[in-house]
Write a protein that binds this ligand. Structure first.
Ligand code: ATP
Length: 355
């Protein structure tokens, strides 16, 4: 069983502690994405899993074996690097089969495995080429082929798509996910790209400054971010935030700020007078005559099917995404309403979600 478990993992470089108290588990066959901004520690956590970096404190388990002191080679993992790390002087066939050659696997078996991987990855016509004769996407697939032939229990991916152009990235995202559906190998995938995380992960581990901010399915982190930080990090364009307070005058609770007054679901456990930050996603705003948020259009950007309307709302900048036929010109005053149930509230002091 290829589970992975982190128990109170801490990591220091010299005297600088960059990570502490990291605890979570990865189930067999799960595709987990470590997501976070540059410097949050996701690569370090991946490298500790691979054995390329020592764990300072805590226990790291692969299956039911503690692997803190196990050599990378003996951890039953295969890693795909950002720069693919292909051998330039070896043809694709030998690049894919290299680890098996080193392990003295019989030639016939190597051939079988390399051909199997090449078939799945659509690399069969390229087995006789050198890496420099391949496109970026093909090189990426060779790197995946190398991981596949090793029968590893866990695949580790370190930002594997960051050197590809946008279109190819989208394509490879689908390919990696399909490969996972087919092979079912437990996967840990590092990225700073929230779209990659949202589209690929079974479970997202969102990190910030060496800590875990939230663990959840893509739907959970998108629909119920547990802090303003997570709410801001996930979703594009980013969530709008307006600082205000909860008022209960007249019975039903409302979020009130300058130019804004929105009825809240009675289930929201905000205290009367509590200072909060309201968050609403651009896609959860619609233009409506009776809208609760009034603003002036600064700019409309057509992105395709949709229009991003940039607004000024009582001193705040806000963005609404609406269908292209609802485009408005700069200078127009519009009112927006929030789709039912789509208001997020965060305590102004702690920035944690008000449930
Ligand atoms: P990026 O996306 O930029 O690679 P990351 O989230 O993967 O960022 P890490 O590379 O894991 O972040 O780095 C986490 C922290 O550890 C950073 O503050 C970084 O400066 C520090 N760090 C990483 N490697 C070393 C090292 N070898 N020596 C000292 N500090 C390090």
């Amino acid at each position: 069983m290829a589970t992975v478990e982190y128990k109170n993992i801490a990591k220091s470089f010299g005297h600088v502690e960059v990570m502490k108290d990291i605890s979570f588990g990865i189930a067999d066959r799960e595709f987990v994405v470590l997501l976070g901004p540059s410097g949050c520690g996701k690569t370090t956590l991946l490298r500790m899993t691979a054995g390329l970096e020592r764990v300072t404190n805590g226990d790291l388990l692969i299956g039911d074996r503690r692997v803190n002191d196990v050599h990378p080679r003996d951890r039953d993992i295969a890693m795909v690097f950002q720069n693919y790390a292909l051998y330039p002087t070896m043809k694709v066939f030998d690049n894919i089969g290299f680890s098996l050659e080193v392990a003295k696997v019989p030639k016939a078996e190597i051939r079988k495995k390399v051909e199997w991987a090449a078939e799945i990855l659509n690399l069969t016509p390229y087995l006789g080429r050198y890496p420099k004769e391949l496109s970026g996407g093909q090189r990426q697939r060779v790197a995946m082929g190398r991981a596949m032939v090793r029968n590893a229990a866990v695949f580790l991916f370190d930002e594997p798509l960051s050197n590809l152009d946008a279109k190819l990235r989208t394509h490879m995202r689908v390919e990696i996910r399909q490969l996972h559906n087919r092979l079912g190998t437990t996967t840990i995938y590092v990225t700073h790209d929230q779209i990659e995380a949202m589209t690929m992960a079974d479970k997202i581990v969102l990190m910030h400054a060496g800590r875990i901010m939230q663990i959840g399915t893509p739907d959970e982190v998108y629909e119920r971010p547990n802090s303003k930080y997570v709410a801001d990090f996930i979703g594009s364009p980013s969530m709008n935030f307006i600082a205000g307070a909860v008022e209960t005058a007249g019975g039903a609770p409302r979020f009130v700020a300058e130019g804004v007054s929105i009825g809240l679901s009675p289930e929201i456990k905000a205290k009367p007078g509590q200072k909060v930050i309201m968050g609403v996603r651009p896609n959860d705003l619609g233009i409506s005559d009776a809208g609760e948020i009034k603003g002036e259009v600064v700019l409309s950007e057509t992105t395709g099917a949709d229009v991003q309307i940039h607004l000024r709302v009582a001193g705040y900048d806000a963005v609404a995404v609406v269908p292209r036929d609802e485009r408005r010109s700069a200078g127009a005053t519009i009112s927006l309403s929030v789709l039912p149930g789509k208001v997020h509230l965060f305590d102004a002091a702690t920035e944690l979600r008000v449930a």
